[in-house]
Ligand binder design. Structure first.
Ligand code: SF4
Ligand code: SF4
Length: 204
């Protein structure tokens, strides 16, 4: 008669399986353990989930900040940002010629292609794009996942305020520079150097 352990079947396992009712006891033990452990079920959609403030739900557009520089569209790895614009002349009082500025005609993001990498938000130099934690915008038709600039602008209302500054962190460079400038002593009027050849004024 051959030894069961020679065929990769430990003797203990074979005997445990052969015990009558062993499977039932094991199943009941799992049930009991699950019944007595703390439940982590979230009652969504009846109760909204408490998401971290930096959750990536949807991208919001602050249209007035956008200068149509096209950086976001160029850097998007999925090519799912579509921008159109035209130039407009703006008369500037006192200037020899009118200035030109870009006017945004179209700014669409196709969320059926977007992979939520956040590159467009990172590269925007004018703070025109933000993450909103809103995620309830599923559609029955995939074409409806193309959000135009008005739709993207509506998400701005759901963008959380920026986190408070860390009280132990370094102050911003701009703040330090402004404080240094404000505390610097102003030169006295008499110490202003007169130009060579200038009239020194009446002698006292
Ligand atoms: S999050 Fe990434 S994939 Fe989505 S639009 Fe921005 S750059 Fe493109
Ligand atoms: S990078 Fe920013 S400013 Fe430039 S086109 Fe995109 S959203 Fe507008």
């Amino acid at each position: 008669m051959s030894d069961p352990s020679e065929h990769g079947d430990p003797a203990g396992a074979t005997s445990a399986r052969s015990l009558p009712g062993a499977g039932l006891v094991k199943g009941l033990a799992v049930t009991l353990k699950t019944m007595t452990s703390r439940s982590t079920t979230q009652q969504y959609p009846d109760v909204a989930p408490d998401l971290p403030p930096r959750s990536r739900g949807v991208i919001a557009l602050s249209e007035e900040n956008c200068t149509v520089c096209m950086l976001c569209a160029r850097e998007c790895p999925d090519w799912c940002i579509y921008i159109d614009s035209h130039k407009e002349e703006v008369a500037v009082p006192g200037a020899a010629r009118p200035r030109q500025r870009n006017v945004l005609d179209k700014f669409d993001i196709d969320f059926s292609l977007c992979m939520y990498c956040g590159i467009c938000i990172e590269v925007c130099p004018f703070d025109a794009l933000y993450w909103s934690p809103e995620f309830e915008y599923a559609e029955y038709d995939i074409k409806d996942l193309l959000h135009d600039k008005d739709h993207l602008g509506q998400w701005m209302a759901t963008v959380p305020p920026p986190p408070a500054h860390d009280p132990n962190g370094e102050p911003a460079k701009e703040e330090t520079a402004a404080a240094r400038k404000a505390s610097a002593p102003r030169p006295a009027p008499s110490s202003v150097r007169s130009e060579p050849g200038a009239d020194p004024g009446p002698a006292s």
